[in-house]
Ligand binder design. Sequence first.
Ligand code: Z5A
Length: 212
Amino acid sequence: MPGVLISFEGTEGCGKSTQITLLAERLYSLGRDVRLVREPGGTPIGEEIRHTLKHSAKNEAMTAEAELLLMNASRAQLVREVLRPALQAGEVVLCDRYYDSTTAYQGYGRGLDLKLVEAVIEFAVGRTRPDLTLLLQVPAEVSEARLASRQSTLPFIRDRIEQADRNFFERVKKGYEAIAAADRKRIKVIDAARTVDAVSADIWQAVEPLIK
Ligand code: Z5A
């Protein structure tokens, strides 16, 4: 059976992790081998880079350019160490974020040149591109409410990227809309402000034809 690469995208708290878990369970129950990865991260080297990007006490001065390159250093490692071998072995790979996040956050959000961002992504991933991307869309208020509710149950851990202001996240959201409009064949937009079950049903409708 051929491998399948599916990426999940969206702003914080849109429900990616929740839906990836549900989809993985469904795929396992059908006997498919499933690989779950997250970005940045997903390999030992990538997880160290993730720490540097998000939580390191020494990351305050990070520039947008360094952020772009670190995201893609993590990705280059993930593609070669995990994604390509897993796809070769016929697995269904579910990525919690992939390169559309870079276009949305470092391109539209930080304002880096989009052509330059695309060139860096091309260097990191080459032809390892998703068969399907699920963009979970939620209004900013829903995203903020979900994160606040989750944070109230967890100990506080500083996250440099989450500290950006609301304008940044608005630009990211608009970026995602532009990315989806430019590639309707690959990217399926899902209204993720509904119940977990309703979102999951739409996701399955998009995924099922790919895994037969
Ligand atoms: N980033 C970047 O800048 N450039 C890049 O190239 C890449 C990433 C790859 C990674 O953060 C950060 O890196 C991210 C983008 C940037 N930055 N920010 N800010 P992360 O991996 O720590 O987290 P995240 O990817 O932003 O996701 P998240 O915050 O963990 O949320 P989620 O996975 O999308 O949502 P969830 O955990 O499934 O759900 C959130 C809460 O809502 C939780 O309590 C759920 O129980 C609840 N939930 C989920 N679905 C529903 C529905 N349908 N109804 C009600 N409640 C729900």
